[in-house]
Design a protein around this ligand. Structure first.
Ligand code: NDP
Ligand code: BG6
Length: 512
């Protein structure tokens, strides 16, 4: 049986099979994201026959690149980064319709040339075609690109039709609340909100989507999902990689902007939000915004709710690696954090008093992302802790990656004449039940944007709600320079300050 018929991802996909004829225009097409994620995503969608018959790619960038060279670049990207091997006939279908257009991002006449190219494609196929603009450049040029899409009329192409123009905007969405608002203002002046797809690739991960199913399709969890039963929640997004070749970008960003403001806040929102009235995009987004707004402002400084740190030289996966300040493109006096830990308090009826601990960092001991919900300890009347009774709080953890699944720690009796207890772990693994080679988040998200489904994308007010929390932290850190910056050796689980953040409440970080 063909791979495409077997994987559960491909079952029940009637809505997703109806994408209109589309031309995807990638701004920043010579970049890292295009090679590592976007081209492989499109290739795998083609492999699974999920692309419309009339499907085109226009790469756009400042350098002049001949069409043939861009196709070769894309072929190499598939060989290196696709989850499936290159099958020439699959890629040829797209390669034949792939071209490159050179132009700067702030030059209206180049956008007029782009409009002409899209018109030519429409003439060639003999029908109207949906333009899907993918802004995959550094954030500094998001604004000029959006404005030129407006000025050239491209943003309003086929407006009101199912195949109206759409735009996917990469992260980070702004640098702080003010710039996010400004960007939202530009977007609103050019596009209708329904045409806009602010991407956060964590929402495209199967395990992140599964959070909603676990919470709301199982009656055993929801009654316990509140301050009466839950002691604390820990969300970890740990990476083994350092900043690599992205030192220049990372210096402008740092861990809070790169991971916490977007990916981690989305995980908090999905874990803690109220049940939505339906699975519609707007119903889910409404609940996420309500939750983000209920998070109390964080205290920064000694004894505050946040910790930041940089990695120093150390060992990762058996290899010696340099510290952050020695990385290429990094200022040796840099005040940019590669690790952030936060203690959030959610001021609503469901969560008041339950700490949500978040941590994310580069060059940590292991690549792992998980959400761990720890329930309150059982009363110690029958099985008091001691040599015979090793009791642990029940903990439900969602493993987002890499070993996707769900596990529950429960206490059980050790077989024998004496009553002795031991915590054990019940495990569900995606790969065992559903097979491996799960589609990448970008495949799902590009396809969703093509059919106009914004459920797994972020609405403007969501980004602003998240920035409202993060901006005061960033301002305080900028003002403090390196003062208060903690350190951790590469390959460890983070700085001592992060342990102290939890120990104040009698908690400890889990060893995932
Ligand atoms: P790159 O740094 O590779 O830049 C992409 C392209 O943008 C470059 O090839 C270049 O194309 C153009 N460009 C680069 N610098 C500038 C500049 N200063 N001014 C104008 N144009 C510039 O970025 P990535 O591909 O890594 O990322 C693209 C977007 O995706 C970013 O917003 C990033 O935050 C986001 N992202 C990236 C991820 C990744 O893993 N790479 C993961 C998640 C999100 P040309 O010179 O041809 O114009
Ligand atoms: C990106 C960040 O958004 O997410 C990167 O810019 C980070 O710094 C990446 O490495 C992590 O994504 P994933 O899917 O590997 O967890």
């Amino acid at each position: 049986m063909a791979d495409s018929q077997r994987h559960p991802f491909l079952q029940g996909l009637s809505k997703h099979r109806g994408a209109p004829p589309t031309v995807v225009v990638i701004f920043g097409a010579s970049g890292d994201l295009t090679a590592r994620k976007l081209i492989p995503a499109v290739y795998n969608l083609s492999y699974d026959n999920l692309l419309p018959a009339d499907f085109f790619i226009i790469g756009y960038g400042r350098k002049s690149i001949p069409d043939e060279e861009f196709r070769q670049h894309a072929t190499d990207a598939i060989k290196e980064f696709s989850r499936r091997e290159l099958k020439t006939d699959v890629w040829e279908r797209i390669a034949a319709n792939t071209r490159y257009l050179a132009g700067s991002y702030d030059d209206k006449s180049a956008f007029d040339r782009l409009a002409t190219q899209i018109d030519e494609i429409e003439r060639k196929v003999g029908r109207e075609i949906q333009p899907l603009f993918y802004i995959s450049t550094p954030p500094s040029v998001f604004g000029p690109i959006l404005l030129n899409l407006g000025a050239s009329g491209l943003a309003r192409k086929h407006l009101g039709q199912p195949h109206e123009a759409k735009v996917i905007i990469e992260k980070p969405f702004g640098r702080d609340l003010a710039t996010a608002r400004e960007l939202n203002g530009i977007i609103r002046s050019v596009f209708e909100e329904r045409q806009v797809f602010r991407i956060d690739h964590y929402l495209g991960k199967e395990t992140v989507q599964d959070l909603l199913v676990q919470r709301f399709a199982n009656s055993i969890f929801e009654p316990l999902w509140n301050r009466n039963f839950i002691d604390s929640v820990q969300i970890t997004v740990a990476e083994e990689v350092g900043v690599g070749s992205r030192g220049g970008y990372y210096e402008q960003s740092g861990g809070l902007r790169d991971m916490v403001q977007n990916h981690m806040m989305q995980l908090v929102a999905l874990t803690a939000m109220e049940p939505p009235v339906s699975l519609d995009a707007e119903a889910i987004r409404d609940e996420k915004v309500k939750l983000l707004r209920a998070i109390q402002a964080l205290a920064v400084g000694p004894d505050g709710d946040v910790v930041r740190a940089q990695y120093t030289a150390g060992m990762v996966a058996g290899k010696k690696v340099p510290g952050y300040l020695e990385e290429t493109g990094v200022n040796p006096q840099s005040g940019t954090e590669t690790y952030a830990a936060l203690r959030l308090s959610i001021n609503n009826w469901r969560w008041q008093g339950v700490p949500f601990y978040l941590r994310s960092g580069k060059r940590l001991a292991r690549r792992v992302s998980e959400i761990a919900v720890t329930f309150k300890r059982p009363p110690g009347t029958l099985f008091a802790e001691g040599a015979r009774f090793d009791l642990a709080p029940n903990t439900l953890s969602f493993q987002i990656q890499p070993d996707e699944g769900l596990s529950l720690i429960i206490n059980t009796k050790i077989p024998g004449l004496e009553t002795r207890t031991q915590p054990v772990k019940m495990n569900f693994r995606y790969s065992t039940t559903f097979g491996s080679n799960t589609p990448e988040a970008y495949e799902r998200l590009v396809l969703d944007a093509m059919i106009g489904d914004g459920t797994l994308f972020i609405r403007g007010d969501e980004t602003e709600a998240s920035w409202r929390l993060c901006t005061p932290i960033l301002e305080a850190w900028t003002a403090a320079g390196r003062k208060g910056m903690d350190a951790y050796p590469a390959g460890s689980w983070g700085p001592p300050g992060a342990d102290a953040l939890l120990s104040k409440n009698g908690h400890k970080w889990r060893q995932p």
